[in-house]
Write a protein that binds this ligand. Structure first.
Ligand code: CO
Length: 213
């Protein structure tokens, strides 16, 4: 059996396993979802959002792209965020990066990657914003890891720039934004402990959309 065919065998086994535990499992799932968390992570096949957090179907809304970006003009991530906040009313939004991210690595190298250039430029912009801090790190691996963290931080800030976030946070106190990094070598999820209220206060003067007025 090919690797591809195996997928359907796996699916059959999974359906059986779930129905054995609860014959109504899929009927209940079909009734709807009420996820408390929106997870924005990298497409990297090793960073499995649900598996590494033990979160079950229906509990986490997920968006993944190369290097977990939330670019200002990206309709895809913006739509996911707005839907999650306005309709699903998620309580938390997580931006999760990971060490040894290929997208971050590519953005650190001088190479022409065609269509990927404008996408990865978002990471180069993060590098430029934190140029002094990053260039002061002499060890290349450490600098690479720090850029992964700073990229998460900047994407969290991009989330905060959105009107739906400001409106919901200022009226309901949620969602709370969190920055995580998945450490591929240990399997651990690290909370970067970004002080969301401080970030919001810090950038409010520039990005205030007057959602309370
Ligand atoms: Co990655």
């Amino acid at each position: 059996m090919s690797f591809y065919e195996q997928v359907f065998e796996n699916n059959k086994a999974w359906v059986e396993e779930k129905l054995n535990l609860d014959p109504e499992y899929f009927h209940k799932m079909a009734e709807g979802q009420s996820p408390e968390i929106l997870y924005i992570g990298c497409s990297d096949s090793r960073v499995t959002a649900e598996k590494m957090t033990g979160i079950k179907p229906g509990e986490m809304f997920v968006h993944r792209n190369i290097a977990n970006l939330v670019p200002n003009n990206d309709l895809s991530s913006a739509s996911v965020i707005e839907y999650a906040v306005d309709h699903l009313e998620v309580k938390h939004i997580v931006v999760c990066g990971h060490y040894y991210c290929g997208g971050v690595k590519a953005a650190m190298e001088a190479q022409d990657l065609g269509l990927l250039n404008p996408w990865l430029r978002n990471i180069r912009d993060v590098y430029r914003t934190h140029n002094n801090e990053l260039n002061a790190i002499s060890d290349e691996t450490e600098r690479y890891k720090r850029l992964v963290e700073l990229n998460v931080q900047e994407q969290c800030i991009n989330v905060v720039k959105m009107a739906c976030i400001q409106k919901s946070y200022l009226t309901k106190g949620s969602p709370i934004i969190h920055g995580w990094v998945f450490d591929i070598y240990s399997g651990k999820v690290i909370d970067l402990q970004i002080d969301f209220a401080a970030v919001l206060k810090d950038i409010q003067g520039i990005y205030d959309l007057g959602t309370q007025r």
